[in-house]
Design a binder for this molecule. Sequence first.
Ligand code: SER
Length: 314
Amino acid sequence: MSQTILVLGASGQIGSELIEKLRTIYGSTHVVASDIRNGSPSLMNSGPFEIIDATDKEAIFAIVKKYNVTQIYLLAAMLSATGEKFPQKAWDLNMTSLLAVLDLAKDKHINQVFWPSSIAVFGATSPKIHTPQKTIMEPSTVYGISKISGEFWCNYYHEKYGVDVRSLRYPGIISWKTKPGGGTTDYAVDIFFKALEQGSFECFLSEDTCLPMMYMEDAVHATVQIMQVNANQINIRTSYNLSAMNFTPKELASAIHQHLPNFTISYKPDYRQAIADSWPDSIDDTKAREDWGWSPNYTLSKMTKDILENLQAQ
Ligand code: SER
């Protein structure tokens, strides 16, 4: 059966690049982009685009019927740092949108759902190094609470109603086409822009704060891959640990330094330091590798070279 996909939150950091990939694979007319705001001209002109508030179940349902949508990728969310400023809003957006989409799947209006979780499900009491798939999870942010709750809703809808929902615990995602907004790992994107524009960067995390990270190419690849494999390869219906690289601001600065010898970095940790300190340094993603063959392509040095070349060419 041919698929028609609806992406909610398509104008955001991950959505905008995922749309490009999905349109290449499934054909432009089979991939409906949607967001609460307009996206870039290339996103809006390369296939169907609809304005949808992801918390409005009826609005989502209307678009599902209009295009005969079979799969929804729900990428609309409020991230960790903004979530701490607007806890109620973060909870409402992140949970209402998920339950709306899961309900549409439960009622068989769509047959597959992708929903991202995050390393934010872990907290200060989780093992920090190679954090296992199953371990102590006591998140300290509203974002993390919404993600761990969402994971168990996904699992519940799968167990109880047979919903085919698939999920990944994304690490910090690094991109150069569209910037993220409101996350704790965002410094690792901003640093590239500031390095080229100003030759220097002030980091809101301390130099030795190690976090799990991933290049956008790998994140898109993992997302498409988990949605395409046979359902019998998916043994985890909460969310899969996913890993590619881990680095500190100091290590990232030194990778940039290889290409831009005059680049300088300074450190001024703010409230986001406590969030980062509660998250793992590295993630054990053995289950994703075993179950559906996950393997990343980008290391820190390969990613750094690729981003700087692309931004310089722009
Ligand atoms: N990148 C996200 C954030 O920093 C983590 O999932 O909030």
